[in-house]
Design a binder for this molecule. Structure first.
Ligand code: PLP
Length: 359
């Protein structure tokens, strides 16, 4: 009987709770409203014959590169950051290699690195999910360590690593591809993009799924040194990004005001949510992303179900490393946050949070 490679057979299936997602979706860190109206306008103008054509990535890649202040050769558009992760793993990892990740973190690093047959080493975050720079450095060995994947800000914690530490790691492991995943960059504001090209083993990933509200179109960007990006192009389909996404991307880039407004909304919502957790005595981790992780405790399952019954989807993260009893809630448009807070108070009363809260 046909069998998948052993490395693939050993993978745990990543099953995000899609299914019935009716309600206010605060479970996947998406834009809670949608994308720029200019993108919708552009979408409506796509002539039917354009759908019959294979997509042409290069001209849009050129526009994205100039938007980011990079050369076109340094930029690869991908089918979301998910594909960027996949390509980096495919291009650099052999079964004898090691990949380092800091947990808890985004699941796709483990999956894509593990699928190559490489050994994935999970380094626990320091107290309060602080980035464990010293531990990462201590686990990095040449020539074995060939990938270090870091989400900055991190998902599901919303915590960040300093640019200084990330550069130190990249410079001290020239044999490793260091992937800094900046999917939540817009909500944080700090980036390593200016080092793409300067530090030859550094890759920066960005997405249009979050602040830009285009998760369904599946577009991401991978930036790095031109020679490295050239290697990744070899392993990549020329049609990896669909034509509808490519047609809409310039409109999304042009509407800077939309992203600016949304980021301001998210930051205000994040503050509201954190204030409310503080007031209620619910432990949480201050976040630099568009979500907040909070420790509801043993009744986390009842909380998630209670919120769902009130039409609000939030994400149970209690099975992630170090996240026992934790729930992650997306911060989006302020009107959505007000709805969320109403349901949150009623649900906490229903599950008896007051009686169960730690003294
Ligand atoms: C850290 C991180 N990277 C990447 C992604 C996926 O991005 P994309 O939609 O561009 O594949 C997510 C999605 O939640 C994420 O949290």
């Amino acid at each position: 009987m046909l069998e998948a490679r052993q490395a693939v057979r050993k993978l745990k299936q990543y099953q995000p709770p899609l299914g019935d997602r009716s309600g206010l979706r605060l479970d996947f860190n998406e834009n809670t409203g949608g994308c720029s109206p200019r993108v919708i306008e552009r979408l409506r103008q796509i002539p039917p014959e354009q759908l019959a054509c294979y997509p042409e990535r290069a001209p849009v890649e050129h526009e994205v590169a100039s938007f980011l202040g990079l050369q076109s050769e340094q930029v690869l558009l991908t089918n979301g950051v998910d594909e960027a992760i996949h390509l980096v793993c495919e291009a650099y990892l052999e079964p004898k290699d090691q990949a380092l990740i800091v947990v808890p973190t985004f699941a796709m690093y483990q999956i894509c690195a593990g699928a190559t047959g490489a050994r994935v080493i999970s380094i626990p975050a320091d107290n309060d999910f602080r980035f464990p720079t010293a531990k990462v450095m201590a686990h990095t060995t040449a020539p074995k360590t060939r990938l270090i994947a870091i989400a900055n800000p991190n998902n599901p914690t919303g915590t960040v690593a300093s640019a200084e530490d990330l550069l130190l790691i990249a410079r001290s492991a020239p044999q490793a591809a260091v992937l800094v995943d900046e999917a939540y960059f817009e909500f944080y504001g700090e980036s390593l993009l200016e080092y793409a090209g300067q530090v030859q083993n550094l890759f920066i990933a960005r997405t249009f799924s979050k602040a830009y509200g285009m998760a369904s179109l599946r577009v991401g960007v991978l930036a790095g040194a031109a020679e490295q990006v050239q290697s990744l192009r070899r392993a990549c389909s020329p049609y990896n990004v669909n034509g509808v996404a490519l047609a809409c991307l310039p409109a999304a880039l042009a509407d800077r005001e939309y992203v600016r407004r949304y980021v301001a909304e998210v930051q205000a919502s994040r503050n509201r949510l954190e204030e409310e957790f503080r007031r209620l005595g619910i432990p949480f981790w201050p976040s630099q992303a568009n979500f907040v992780l909070a420790r509801i405790g043993p009744s986390h399952g009842d909380f998630v179900r209670g919120m769902k019954a009130r039409g609000i989807l939030v994400r149970d993260r209690s099975s992630d490393f170090g996240c026992e009893g934790c729930v992650r809630i997306t911060a989006g448009w302020r009107e959505h946050t007000e709805r969320l807070l109403g349901a949150l108070r009623v649900t906490l009363t229903e599950i008896g949070w007051e009686e169960k809260r730690p003294a």
